[in-house]
Design a protein around this ligand. Structure first.
Ligand code: GUN
Ligand code: ZN
Length: 435
């Protein structure tokens, strides 16, 4: 199948997305067996593949599927819960919600809702926290696998400072995580992330067990939280007096490396930035969450200075939207307050190729190069009367993306493709896949 439209992507790793974007005003991609096999100007593609069927998205913008580098699947239902900062918010809303996932069938139902929200918003890959329950992690992998969706998730590990029914032990955390790695990691498009929630909810023994597991599986992901809130940081320093800073706790237990993704990273010291950079780890910038919980303003300039890999993330349910374009819009506002505006092409990079490269997945996703999976999104610049006034023939790719990021929501997602299969039905319904 040929897909025609305006096309934008970053074919290679870039430190200057403005210079490295490829934009085809009247472009086309060829999709065969779930993969992209060609990308070029439409005229060229038409000549090369004269009898191939066409889906015509002229007037719309095709970009790679979005990658959400830090989110929480069980928190879908508690998005927009009022009035607390991080530690009180966890106790008041998050832990009670996650307790409901002790019920396996509830977990399965909510995994379906989560994936529906992702695809409605153009997200084709997520690095998602599950709950402490192994069956919830299984539920998310299963729901994603039915769509052939690249999902990275892991069972949350916590053995203290949370309700007893959400606690595992060092041994259980190790054994259950290991069994889930064996069951899912690298099977189809599923990938596993070792998931200590954050330092305060894991004992030394548990972090040690997870460090051992990480050393046994050098290519699995690691996801956790780092330096989000000032009270949290003070708590970590009282719990781990032998570590010189927050990142030092994760370093001590061998949890800082490539494919380790640290959510937030707002209040880091220079040594922590340096250590993240040297390790090739990734920070997930979660602007809507950081504003919502009043956590602080991410310092992108310092992250850039230390050449730390960065990806954009929703952090639902502290984050206020599943939509990564909108999340970039919030990142832009944070960057304005810091006096360091992030341009929209940088934003697109951080939700596509930048994230894929940071996660070492750019051979498969994050761009529209031949041989990658056909995970892509069709954006509708004219999703309402105001966007029709604002976005016109004089708008270039950056301007269109910017306006959509500030004004848009799931209405600007015309279609989401995963491995070449359209996910949205009429009226944007998301059907359960049948296989
Ligand atoms: N820190 C530890 N757990 C969480 C969580 O669920 N959300 C956020 N935003 N921060 C956390
Ligand atoms: Zn989070």
């Amino acid at each position: 199948m040929i897909f025609r439209g305006s096309i934008a992507h970053f074919p290679k790793v870039s430190t200057s997305p403005k210079d490295d974007i490829v934009y085809l005003h009247d472009g086309a991609i060829v999709v065969e067996n779930g993969k992209i096999t060609a990308i070029d100007d439409y005229k060229q593609i038409q000549q090369t593949f004269p009898s191939m069927p066409l889906t015509d998205y002229s007037g719309k913008l095709i970009v790679p599927g979005f990658i959400d580098s830090h989110t929480h699947f069980p928190q879908t239902e508690m998005i927009a819960s009022y009035g607390e900062q991080l530690l009180a918010w966890l106790a008041e809303y998050t832990f009670p919600t996650e307790l409901k996932f002790a019920d396996k069938s509830y977990s399965e139902k909510m995994a379906g809702h989560f994936i529906q929200q992702l695809v409605r918003n153009g997200t084709t890959t997520a690095l998602a926290f599950s709950t402490v329950h192994a069956h919830a992690c299984n539920a998310l992998f299963s729901a994603a696998a039915k769509r052939n969706m690249a999902m990275i998730t892991g069972k949350v590990c916590m053995d203290r400072h949370c309700p007893e029914d959400l606690q595992d032990t060092p041994e259980l955390a190790y054994q259950e995580s290991k069994a889930l790695i064996e069951k899912w990691h690298g099977k189809g498009r599923s990938l596993y992330a070792i998931t200590p929630r954050f330092a305060p909810t894991s004992s030394d023994e548990q972090l040690q067990a997870l460090g051992k597991l990480a050393s046994e599986y050098p290519d699995v992901f690691i996801q956790t939280h780092l330096s989000e809130n000032k009270d949290e940081i003070a708590w970590v320093s009282s719990l781990f007096p032998h570590c010189s800073n927050y990142l030092g706790v994760y370093q001590h237990y061998g949890l800082v490396r490539k494919r380790a993704v640290f959510g937030h990273c707002i209040h880091l010291q220079d040594e922590e930035w340096q250590a993240l950079s040297s390790a090739g780890a990734t920070v997930a910038f979660c602007p809507s969450s950081n504003l919502f919980l009043g956590s602080g303003l991410f310092d992108k300039q310092t992250a850039d200075k230390y050449q730390v890999q960065q990806a954009l993330a929703s952090d639902v349910g502290a984050g206020t939207s599943f939509n990564l374009l909108r999340t970039y819009g919030e990142a832009y506002k944070v960057s304005q307050l810091k006096g360091q505006a992030i341009d929209p092409l940088q934003g697109l990079y951080m939700m596509t190729m930048g994230a894929a490269a940071a996660l070492e997945l750019d051979k498969d996703i994050g761009n529209l190069n031949p041989n990658t999976f056909a995970d892509f999104v069709v954006l509708e610049p004219h999703f309402n009367s105001l966007s029709t006034l604002r976005i016109n023939d004089t708008s270039d790719c950056a301007d269109t993306l910017f306006a959509l990021s500030i004004m848009g929501d799931e209405r600007c997602i015309n279609q989401t493709y995963i491995a070449g299969i359209a996910q949205l039905g009429t009226n944007k319904t998301v059907e359960e896949p049948v296989n």
